[in-house]
Structures are given as structure tokens and as C-alpha cells.
Design a protein around this ligand. Sequence first.
Ligand code: NAD
Length: 344
Amino acid sequence: VIRVGIVGLGFMGMIHFLSYRKLPGVRVVAICDPKPRRLAGDWSDIQGNFGPRGAKVDLTGVATFADYNEMLENIDLDLVDITLPPHLHAYATLNALRAGRHVFCEKPMSLELDACDAMIEAARQAKRRLYIGHVLPFFPEYAWALETIRSGHYGQLVSGEFRRVIADPLWNKMFWSSTDVGGPLFDLHVHDAHFIRLLFGLPSGVSVQGRRREQMPEFWRTRFDFEDPRRMVTATCGAIEQQSRPFAHGFDIHLEDATLGFDFEVRDGQGCYLRPPTLLTSAGKTKTIDVGGGDPLLAFEAELGAIVASAAADRDNEILSGLIARDAIEMCCRQRDALDAAFR
Ligand SMILES: NC(=O)c1ccc[n+]([C@@H]2O[C@H](COP(=O)([O-])OP(=O)(O)OC[C@H]3O[C@@H](n4cnc5c(N)ncnc54)[C@H](O)[C@@H]3O)[C@@H](O)[C@H]2O)c1
């Protein structure tokens, strides 16, 4: 059984805790958070942008710590699960690896590229595994795309257009902090950056058009360039001034012999497909695909299941690898710098 300690018992810590409870071969044996209520199992004040509201949780058999290093020193763990705000990811990862634990750290890996490199190097030196929580490829629409592309059925991958747009998350006071969360670029677009990197490799260049808030990209469109000039990849992302559609995402992905696409949004509290996952083939067929979407919690269970299996086998995981997550941060940094340059 893989013994897990979770640090940062907020919204994502709760989602991970509840997901581990449904998985075989893993047990959460410790949690760490400075808030006494969280350590007492009263999570009723936790609320995120999906999933259940927090409730009272029975923590029998779970050791609780207000101090992270005390958790690392005082309990035997196989895996440390880091669900802290982004500016603490590197610090917490380095300490856990040095204490000889495997690490699963939420996205974004870090807000600093140097810190990402240090995290990868620390895992190498400690001979421990580092997994970064890029859950998007475990969402059924993206898993379907990845599987269809990799099947080779429809020829080579050619281009892609990706979209992720939210309402300003007024409930998250730190969202527009460039040092703690990083705004929509590092909180939101990093998902598409990671998926683009997974599919197409690291772009050779970016050009960005958009507007900024607090000196950060607010709403923007990026064209990613690759060595092959036929490869056209774009992403649109940001927060826009409205509060009735908190979330929307989708893509069009062009293969030699087919196009895959979908569009989803949450509006007035209801999630729905504007366009369900659809396959358009060069033979003229349109197929709507039932990918089994609808419950985001299932994606987290699939992601955590993959981590538990990889950690138990002492193996890396391609999708959740530190190297690809690090490249996604490089893509974010390049977009920020390109937009900064446009405003100079
Ligand atoms: N994959 C996804 O779709 C997804 C969704 C939401 C959040 N996240 C990521 O999860 C991470 C956490 O986000 P969240 O929304 O859960 O934040 P949150 O603010 O709800 O939770 C963070 C928790 O960390 C605790 N904390 C702060 N400093 C600490 C310390 N030094 N030691 C121990 N605990 C400490 C806080 O008390 C809080 O409970 C972020 O990196 C975020 O990007 C990912």
C-alpha cells in the first residue's frame, strides 16, 4: 500500500483526499495545513469551482500536522502530495525529495522556470519520482483526442486550436498575484500549454496578442511556431468581464484525415456541450462520440490512479512527467515575455 501525506488541505487537497479514498492500493496517512479547523476534519468552508462543497470528514487513522517539515520528519510516507499554492510548490517538492519521498505536485509546477529545473534535478539526485498534476489529459474529451491521435488511424497530426476562457474568479483573492498564483496564464492556460507540448513538442517560437491586467496576460491569443511551417497551433485564453459563464473550454485538432473537436461551457450553474466531442472524417462522415464526460472528479481519480500505479512500480509517468510540465512553464514564460514586449 502506498502511504500518502497531503500538504495544503484546501480545495485541491480535499479533492485528492476524497479521490484516494476510492482507489485501491493507497492510503492517506497524514495531512498538513496550518488551519486548525482543517486538521480537526471540519472542511465545511472549502469550496472550489467544481465538485462537492466541503463537509465534516472522519480523520481517524490520519496523522495531522500544522508544520510541513514535522510531517516529513515524523511519519513514514511513500508519496508526498503537494496541493499548496503555486509559490510554495518548489520549496515543498525539494524538501520532500530530500527526505526520500516520491512527490506528486499540483500544477503549475512553479511560477519560475529555474525552480522547475531545480525540482527535476532534485528528483534525479534523490532517485525519487516527481509527478506534476496535469489532469487535463485525463478529462475524457482530451483522453479521447490523445488516444485517437496516437492510434494513427487518421494520419499525422497537423494543427490545433485550443480555447480556455473563464469569468474573473472573484472568490480567489490571490488569483491576480503574479508571485503567488500567476493569473490566468499560469493557473489556466498552463493546462493547454501542457497538452500542446504533449501533442506537438516544444514550440520554437510564440507570438502573442492580448490585453493585460496587473502586468499579466488577461485575455490573449497565442500562435505557437514549430520547425515545420505547416504546423499551425493557436490558443486563446483568459478571464473576461462577465459572471454568468464561469468556465469554457474546447478545441479543434486537425489530423491528415480527420478533425476532432468539442466545446463545453458552464453557464448559469449548468455545464453543457455547445458541441459534443465530434469526429469529422475526410471520407465525409460526422461521428458524435460519447466519451463519458460530465463528472470532473472521475478525471482526478484517473490521474491519481495513474500516479499510485507509477509510484508503486517506481516508474515515471509520461503525461505527468516533470519534464513536460517544465516545458509548459517555459511556454507560459515565453508568452508573458512576448506580451510584455508588446507593451513596452
Ligand atoms: N488541476 C486542477 O484542475 C486544479 C484545480 C484547482 C486547483 N489546482 C491547483 O492546486 C493548488 C492548490 O489550489 P487550491 O485551490 O486548493 O488552493 P487553496 O487555497 O484552496 O488551498 C491551499 C491550502 O494550502 C494551505 N497552506 C498554505 N501554506 C501552507 C504551508 N506552508 N503548509 C501547509 N499548508 C499550507 C492553506 O491553508 C490552504 O488550505 C494550486 O497549485 C492550484 O493551481 C489545480
